[in-house]
Design a protein around this ligand. Sequence first.
Ligand SMILES: [Zn+2]
Ligand SMILES: [Zn+2]
Length: 298
Amino acid sequence: MIKKNFLTGEYVIYSLDRANRPQSIKKNTLKTPIEICPFCIENEHMTSNPIYTSFNKEIRIIDNKYPIIDINREKYGIHYVLIDTKEHQKNIVDYTDEHMYYLIKSMKDILNILEKDEKLEYVQIFKNKGANAGASQSHSHWQILALSMLPNRQKYMLDTLKEYEKDNGRCYFCSMDYTDNLVCENNEFLAFCPDDSLYCYEINIIPKKHITNIKYLDDYMLNELGSILKKCLIKLNLVYNDLDYNISVQNGFRAKYEYHFFIQIIPRMGYLGGFEFSTGMFVNSVLPKDAAKRLRKI
Ligand SMILES: [Zn+2]
Ligand SMILES: [Zn+2]
């Protein structure tokens, strides 16, 4: 079965016996020695002064020492690292609810800070967890990439969502029936496996109300978002122990790009190969409804 992903226009082939291939999941082997880890609080001197700190320095945002973009290039940009714990071994699934609240709040705060820079058009907040997901440090962290341009994928997504609303009179996310794809929910957010997921066990988290930017979340909602994000990661870890994954915050930065915001959790099982890179088509070995059902029961 082949589907077209609504939000990106990319094709995904559901090939359900692929999961049974031997060694279909590579283990995470990334382990930075604690003595040379720049993100440990004891090694604070190895990095520049934080731009932002909160929760007694558990959360720190610093300049990326190796930025992929900078203020002197033809395309202007800012590249920060968000270190979300002082402790080398600590994993998000072990954070307290208060810790999760401050993590999400730091995203809201940095978006508000970056908004003042008129040259910026888009900010991508993301997390690479493990070598399969592109991380080069094992100490938990996120990255914040602020750009003077809107990436193609976000432009396509926004155009598609606006077109859907024009044709149907309602927001795509607000009109969807989540029953069979639901992973979990709380008062303000729900998590689901999209029917056209490009990746096995992909989870999207969306606000139940039509909220278009993280910066509009009040304290209660920040707390709810932190708690559902942690819950989803705990569930994924129970399906695949110590899984590598990416988290991507899909949040229109400027008012003109705002739409119903969402967060994607993308498990990375190391199966992206020549076919995917050659064609831009993806292979998913688990039906999203089956993935949702399994995650829901945990
Ligand atoms: Zn460390
Ligand atoms: Zn909506």
